[in-house]
Design a protein around this ligand. Sequence first.
Ligand code: PBG
Length: 339
Amino acid sequence: MWRPETEQRASERPVLRPRRLRATDTLRRMLRETDLSVNHLVHPMFVAAGSRIERPIASMPGHAQRSVDKFSAEIDEILATRIPAVILFGLPESKDVNGSEAWNPHGPVPMAIAELKRSAPDTVVIADVCLCEYTSHGHCGVLDASQGVDNDATLPLLAQAAVAYAEAGADIVAPSAMMDGQVAAIRWALDAAGHGGVAILAYAAKFASAFYGPFREAAGSAPAFGDRRPYQLDPANRREALREVSLDVDEGADMVMVKPAGPYLDIIRQVRDRTSLPVAAYQVSGEYAMLKAAAERGWIDERRAAMESLVGIRRAGADVIITYYAKEAARWMEDGLRP
Ligand code: PBG
């Protein structure tokens, strides 16, 4: 006789057996709730000004700073694995207080965009828009008299950078400076410059995270003094993150991002449930470096752990994942590996 689960006593044989549906690989494949495919992955690239540069990034094995003339092997791999998109970060020739190389049309990012559009025209090119890689002080905007970041003075500079990347052929610009009003300022500038078709992926909920450590080595963007807590989100704040997302949606974002990913899966889920826009999540440099470091020591099975981290981000609700594992994950999936 059937009885509700709650009435079943521990001493009895169980009636309800979820294990039945896990018995074979085919059953598991049929009933898997979350899928992960190459279509969901975005590959980050660090573009150096100059030529014949290929500097491996020690804390991010498999990644390097490269000048545009050293792109071809990477582009071949992206095409071979069918990764749909890349996101670009620039390492300029020189830095100044205003980060003016950020909007130099001959700077590393516009050059990289042009090269990608020439040799891989179907690949979606996303350009990160921030000043931290371009300012001598390493902050994400220009400074005011008291060495704080001047929000409103930074907006036109971010807008100018976004227009330069659109001009070079970027499909999507991704403002990551966490300045108030940056999405609206960029949308307005893009439209005014005739780039109404260029989309904005807003780093909407970007937390002041220790997990950006390796990126700051990779992009040479560590702040010279202070930290980013006056503009990035407090890791403890969920409601504030949701507010940031809704403001960016109101300002005209086409997609919103949560960053980092792993420690913020609850935020990804809540953003997914509150907006109908596509949601991106950024598995950041420190998340990658931790997996790589543990794998190097033989402490975890890298493929399984990395794929589990990615499917977890998808399960939380991300449509798209920016990850330093993009190429490797794409190859593992080609080999038939599933998380
Ligand atoms: C800012 C930016 C950062 C990252 C992406 N865009 C760094 C920061 O805010 O310090 C971090 C990405 C990563 O850690 O992988 N331009």
